[in-house]
Every structure is written in C-alpha cells, then in structure tokens.
Design a protein around this ligand. Structure first.
Ligand SMILES: NC(=O)c1ccc[n+]([C@@H]2O[C@H](COP(=O)([O-])OP(=O)(O)OC[C@H]3O[C@@H](n4cnc5c(N)ncnc54)[C@H](O)[C@@H]3O)[C@@H](O)[C@H]2O)c1
Length: 310
C-alpha cells in the first residue's frame, strides 16, 4: 500500500513513517519543515520505500502531485499549539481548517481511498463526562480545538459525499522521543537552566491523560486497519491522568533535583488550556488495543532521549 504522511518530519508523523515502513508499506512524507526536522526522518530515509516532498499543505497543486498513486493519507501537518491559536487565530485557521480541506480535496481529486486525521482531546473542551466518550458534545474552548472540530467535520462530509473512508483519532497529550514541545520538555529545560526553582504555569492541579508515542502509533495503525464504517472517531489516551504537580515531581526526581515550585496561578496554564482531561478509550480497546508503556517508564525514556540530545 502507498501512504502519504503530512507533517512527516514532525514528532508523531516521523514515528508513523517509521512504523508504516516497518509494516512493509511505501511511504511518501510531506512537510514544509516549518517545525519538523529532517533528522527525525533519518531512520525512514534508510528505506528505498520512502520518499520525501518538501511542500506546504496550503499548496493544493503540489499536494495533488504528491497524492499520485496514494491509497491512504495520514494527515498530521498542523499548527498544534493551543496557546498560540489564541494569539494568532488566523494562522491556526489557515493551517488546520484550510490546510485540512486542501489535503481532503487533493485526496478526492486523486481518488485516495482512506483519510486518517490527527485530531485532539481539546475538541471536547471542558467535558461534562469524565472519562469522556466519543459521543460527548464537541464544545472546544480554544481556537485550536475549534479548528480541529472543523477538520473532523470535513473528514466526515468527504467520507459520506465522496466515499473516502474517514478515520479520526482524538489524541490525549502524546509525549516521547522526538517531541519538541509540551510540559515535560518545558520542565526539563527549565530545570537544566535553573536547578533550584521550577516555574509552573497555572496552579499545578491541571489533571490530564498522557500517552507515550509508541502506544499512540500502535493505536493509529490499528484504528486505520480495523475500522468498518465510512467515518469513525476514536479517542486515544491513557487510562489514568496525572497532575502537572506530579509531572514536576517525577521529572525533578529523575534529574535528582529538589527545586522549589513557583506557580503563575489560576486553574488553567494558559488561555484555552483544558484543566481536566481523561478520555474513555473503551472504543479503541474493543478493537484490541492496549497501552503498553507505563507513565514512569515513558517519562524515563523521554528524559534519557532529551539528555542524550542536549
Ligand atoms: N503531540 C500531541 O500531544 C498531540 C495531541 C493531539 C493532537 N496532535 C496532532 O497530531 C499532529 C502532529 O502533532 P505533533 O505533536 O507531531 O506536531 P509537530 O509540530 O511535531 O508536527 C507537525 C508537522 O507538520 C509540519 N507542518 C506544519 N504546518 C505545515 C504546512 N502548512 N504544510 C506542511 N507541513 C506543515 C511541521 O513542519 C511539522 O513537521 C498535529 O495535527 C497535532 O494537532 C498532537
């Protein structure tokens, strides 16, 4: 099978390329390298079944060319930042709504059969039901969340109008090797710069689900291969949640430090931050998926990777 991965040089996209190649597929990576790095694709580039196109998802013609002979698209290119989507709503709209529309349109024109879309737990906003099931109301509290809801809706409409099977993955916080954003990386570098003090955004009680990248990839491949209906959303996350305070303590412990925690205050770390998030993962578990990497083990792997890199 030939797969196109947008956002291929990014954190999740590059791991996905590696996994698809390992499964024997041909993979075309598509990325404008605005945030992604070619070094993330070092492993993928060793394979003769891998090709890379430097392109922007806002360039429809280039996307169409890249979709030649493609069976499945994994659309992962995005502006993935909640905080920045408040500061620059136009950028997140263009990248995540117009960009996603373009990728779908290229898929339609080139008769691609399946479209897998990287969505997010933030589509639920401050969910009323915890753990939150897939049929909960979509009420985002950030522009990023709203842009992903829009993307999902187009994936659904293209599935039903043009017969492009749509698979939506609503990810919790994904962390691990190659990630260059998120709370764990933030704490690690803050502590390296100032080992006796750690600034924590918000009150530290934000409580959320974190999933290691290897479990995110196994869930993605399983959902993509086992989905029966034309359109289906799947939550992808861990069964337990962790507070920001717990993460601060875990990282300090691994770094053998005892910093004083200083809080910026407030229930949310930033505008649009969802303070409580746990997804119900029963639906994807029914397909046979199970998270394998325990939180502490995942953090250890990530910190080892960060320290080897820095
Ligand atoms: N990491 C998480 O915790 C998380 C959680 C929920 C959803 N997601 C979603 O998963 C996807 C991947 O996230 P990530 O953490 O790997 O982010 P990332 O920033 O590491 O990867 C995104 C990639 O997309 C590329 N890109 C951005 N704009 C582009 C454009 N206009 N044209 C072509 N390429 C472009 C970037 O260069 C980068 O390589 C995103 O859609 C994100 O919204 C991530």
């Amino acid at each position: 099978m030939k797969c196109l991965v947008t956002g291929a040089a990014g954190f999740i996209g590059s791991h996905l390329c590696d996994a698809l190649l390992k499964a024997g597929h041909h993979v075309a990576g598509y990325d404008d390298l605005s945030a992604g790095k070619m070094e993330n694709l070092a492993e993928a580039q060793k394979s003769k079944r891998f090709g890379f196109v430097r392109g922007n998802i806002l360039q429809l013609k280039r996307l169409e060319e890249a979709c030649d002979g493609v069976d499945v698209i994994y659309h992962f290119a995005a502006d993935p930042f909640v905080k920045q989507s408040a500061e620059n709503p136009v950028h997140s709209f263009e990248q995540n709504v117009v960009g996603t529309f373009n990728v779908l349109e290229a898929a339609r024109r080139k008769e691609v059969k399946q479209f897998i879309f990287a969505s997010t737990s933030t589509v639920y906003g401050d969910a009323e039901v915890i753990p939150t099931p897939e049929d909960a109301a979509l009420q985002p509290i950030s522009n990023y969340g709203a842009s992903k809801v829009c993307g999902e809706q187009y994936v659904s409409s293209y599935a039903h109008t043009y017969g492009i099977k749509g698979t939506v993955l609503r990810y919790a916080n994904i962390f691990g090797e190659r990630s260059d954003h998120g709370v764990m990386r933030d704490f690690y570098f803050k502590l390296k710069a100032k080992p006796d003090e750690l600034e924590i955004l918000g009150n530290g009680k934000q409580n959320k689900s974190y999933l290691h990248i290897s479990d995110c990839i196994s869930a993605t491949l399983l959902a993509a291969s086992k989905q029966k209906s034309m359109f289906e959303p799947f939550n992808v996350g861990s069964r337990e949640k962790h507070t920001v305070n717990e993460i601060a303590k875990t990282i300090s412990k691994h770094m053998k430090l005892k910093p004083e925690f200083k809080y910026t205050g407030g229930r949310r770390g930033w505008v649009g931050d969802v303070a409580l998030m746990l997804l119900s993962t029963k639906k994807i578990e029914r397909l046979g998926w199970k998270a394998e990497v325990k939180f502490e083990e995942g953090v250890k792997r990530y910190l080892n990777w960060l320290s080897n890199k820095s």
